[in-house]
Write a new protein. Structure first.
Length: 149
């Protein structure tokens, strides 16, 4: 089941994508008009100046909108990954913790610094296992709910 946060992030991302595409279209229209006026006879200098200013503003707007789109896309990915890992841990957390037990034994009794070191070593072991799995050419199965958009 998709989380409300994921759906909201996805909706925001789609809105940001639409805004970015709209800004790109507005920029293209201004550039097209500028080129049309520039190549025509009887150039309207004041309109050309105005269009140059509009084009500069539109470029800035496109960049800002692209940034919002990228950040919102990253938010969707983050929430999706978090939700999937939470599901994984609900089903397999005990087995994963058991596999990492040599690094995590006595975790709750450790000092904060020692806990951070234990988590770092466990994370390193997970990274190594994932890299090894990927190096074998394992196929990634992308669930429908996190398919790219």
């Amino acid at each position: 089941m998709e989380s409300t946060a994921l759906q909201q992030a996805f909706d925001t991302c789609q809105n940001n994508k639409a805004a970015w595409l709209q800004r790109k279209n507005e920029l293209a229209a201004a550039e097209q008009e500028y080129l049309r006026l520039l190549s025509g006879e009887g150039r309207n200098v004041s309109r050309l100046d105005e269009l140059r200013n509009i084009i500069e503003v539109r470029k800035w707007q496109v960049n800002q909108a692209a940034g919002r789109y990228i950040r919102s896309h990253e938010a969707v990915q983050h929430i999706s990954i978090r939700d999937r890992l939470n599901d994984f841990m609900q089903q397999h957390g005990t087995a994963l913790a058991a596999a990492l037990a040599p690094e995590l034994m006595g975790y709750s009794e450790l000092t904060a610094i020692a806990r951070n070191c234990a988590i770092q070593r466990a994370t390193d072991a997970l990274r190594e296992a994932l890299l090894s799995w990927l190096a074998k050419g394992e196929k990634l199965i992308i669930p429908h709910r996190i398919a790219t958009f």
